[in-house]
Design a protein around this ligand. Structure first.
Ligand code: CP3
Length: 357
């Protein structure tokens, strides 16, 4: 069977990566070592990233397959991580359907005309594969280069995308978002449903192009109480997971500060649930319930401490994960921009060595 032969209900699984430690851990099978990758591994902590990005705006880089390919591969070459994450941003599909937005350095996504009324919903048209042809192209180049190393595709979850669209940019308290969610539940539900359709279409493009797994980032959903999550967010996130279920690729779900939501986030349909550093992984697994792998959860700030402290905190994560079926080692959130890249390389090596069977 050649590497491009397919299996799975829709014939899209990337067989070259099927038996990799990352894919096995997602399926809760035995692994030769605990697989490791880092959220935001591709990006500002690497000097080679800053060099290739010089003079090119963030969104423009995301639309250049040559740059995307190079930046996605950089951390794989340097750190020996067990998976690559596709270099892009959660707002790329929104930009692709014509939303007027930009990613401002040091700030994040900024939306010119925030969505706050029913008339504003018209801004959100369907996404077609043609809108993101550069993703298909870059993923084709990447899967050829990566061989047996899985490529993780991703998207922002409906709530987190809505928070940028409604606020008009990054927000600490999400006041406009919550005002809409509580004040006009029908408009809110319609907005999230629209975003679920766009997100599902975007994930399908990535799976069809060869992504071995997908992660749905609901980074800011930890701002909600469980009852509000269940009522106002879960139906849209579940719709995204359902839409890609038949491909059979692992679906990962992650948000920051979601200790109280872990059970519901698993219920939304993920195969793997990520936890930040505030909940020990054995407790996270208990909350998520049986039948799902767990991803996490070293505090990214620990990497600024001594080598001994990093090893000790890593041992704590590994000890909490030791009884679990399916653990993917990651940070509890993204790599901080001023992290020493060598600390990341050492961490991968350390986890691989400590968990080798
Ligand atoms: O390595 C990887 O993880 C892949 C690349 C990636 C980026 N953004 C690149 C990026 C991924 C997976 C994302 C997802 C993303 N974007 C999320 C979810 C993950 C998370 O961290 O919770 C969110 C909330 C965003 C929105 C966003 N885009 C933020 C908060 C920022 C940072 C703002 C800043 O500059 O401090 C961005 C910009 C961004 N996305 C950068 C990168 C490398 C920095 C831009 C640059 O290098 O010029």
């Amino acid at each position: 069977m050649s590497a491009n032969d397919s299996r799975g209900p829709e014939g899209r699984q990337n067989t070259a990566t099927y038996d990799s430690p990352f894919m096995k851990a997602c399926r809760r099978e035995a692994v030769p070592h605990t697989p490791v990758w880092f959220m935001r591994q591709a990006g500002r902590s690497l000097p080679e990233y800053r060099k290739v990005r010089e003079g090119t705006a963030m969104l423009e880089s995301c639309m250049r397959p040559d740059l995307v390919t190079e930046i996605t591969l950089q951390p794989v070459r340097r750190h020996n991580v067990d998976a690559a994450i596709y270099f892009s941003d959660i707002v790329v599909p929104l930009k692709a359907i014509g939303i007027d937005l930009d990613i401002k350095p040091g700030v994040g996504p900024v939306v010119e005309n925030p969505i706050r009324s029913r008339a504003d919903l018209a801004q959100l048209r369907d996404l077609t594969p043609d809108d993101v042809h550069y993703v298909t192209e870059a993923m084709g180049m990447l899967t050829a280069e990566l061989g047996s190393t899985p490529l993780i595709g991703f998207a922002g979850a409906p709530f987190t995308l809505a928070s940028y669209l409604v606020e008009g940019g990054p927000s600490r308290n999400h006041e406009h978002t919550k005002a809409l969610m509580y004040g006009d539940p029908q408009l809110w539900a319609d907005l999230l449903d629209r975003l679920a359709e766009i997100t599902a279409a975007f994930l399908k493009v990535q799976i069809e192009a060869g992504a071995s797994a997908v992660q749905l980032f609901d980074s800011w959903v930890g701002a909600l109480a469980p009852a509000d999550y269940r009522r106002s967010v879960m139906p849209a996130s579940a719709k995204v997971f359902d839409a890609v279920a038949s491909y059979g690729v692992p679906r990962i779900h992650f948000g920051v500060g979601t200790g109280e939501l872990l059970g519901l986030m698993g219920e939304a349909g993920a195969d793997v649930v990520g936890a930040d550093w505030r909940v020990p992984l054995d407790e996270a697994a208990r909350r998520v319930g049986p039948g799902k792998a767990i991803q996490g959860n070293l505090d990214p700030a620990v990497l600024f401490s001594t080598r001994e402290a990093v090893e000790q905190k890593t041992d704590e994560v590994l000890a909490a994960a030791s009884g679990l079926e399916g653990h993917i080692f990651n940070l509890g959130h993204g790599v901080l921009p001023t992290t020493d890249p060598e600390a990341l390389t050492r961490l991968v090596e350390y986890v691989h060595t400590r968990t080798a069977v």
